[in-house]
Design a protein around this ligand. Sequence first.
Ligand SMILES: CC(C)(COP(=O)(O)OP(=O)(O)OC[C@H]1O[C@@H](n2cnc3c(N)ncnc32)[C@H](O)[C@@H]1OP(=O)(O)O)[C@@H](O)C(=O)NCCC(=O)NCCS
Length: 154
Amino acid sequence: MWRIEPLIDPRQIADVLAIEEASFTNPWTREMYLAELENRGVSYCYLARDPGGRVVGFCSFWRVLDELHINNLAVKPESRRSGVATALLRHALLEGAALGAQRATLEVRQSNDPARLLYERFGFSIAGIRRAYYTKPVEDALVLWREGLANMTG
Ligand SMILES: CC(C)(COP(=O)(O)OP(=O)(O)OC[C@H]1O[C@@H](n2cnc3c(N)ncnc32)[C@H](O)[C@@H]1OP(=O)(O)O)[C@@H](O)C(=O)NCCC(=O)NCCS
């Protein structure tokens, strides 16, 4: 239902920024995404398109040695709760495993129940807390890890 494709061209960044701005109080900027595009072999970003070809979500991550660091995952507000993030996260974890990652990590706001429930479903568990990690509003981050990526099945 959702077509997942890599972000490889600066022209695709505008769609990502629109979702960033609708989703986060500290959205990443165009310059940040341009810098990520230059960081080949480490930085990856995937877009999800609906059947009409519209970008409805994205997931960005770094693969560093045997670790996958998920940086951003967001879905257009009107497309939420229909499996877009599930499709993106599954794709990111499988792609990370194919690139040699054994485990995945990310930070999430303590109060972000939708994201926490999603990550829990994917086998992430709490490994630590970073106090006052976020601003706007200030909030602790939970550090989550998911081991055993090599055992994931599509
Ligand atoms: C978190 C987010 C990415 C989830 O995207 P989504 O496409 O709506 O997620 P999915 O439809 O794949 O949901 C999968 C599961 O996650 C959980 N979930 C997702 N949103 C939820 C919500 N609002 N309330 C409760 N559970 C939720 C449910 O278990 C859901 O399964 P179900 O719909 O069968 O019950 C989306 O809400 C979002 O973009 N939020 C703002 C940005 C953000 O917080 N990103 C994460 C930063 S760490």
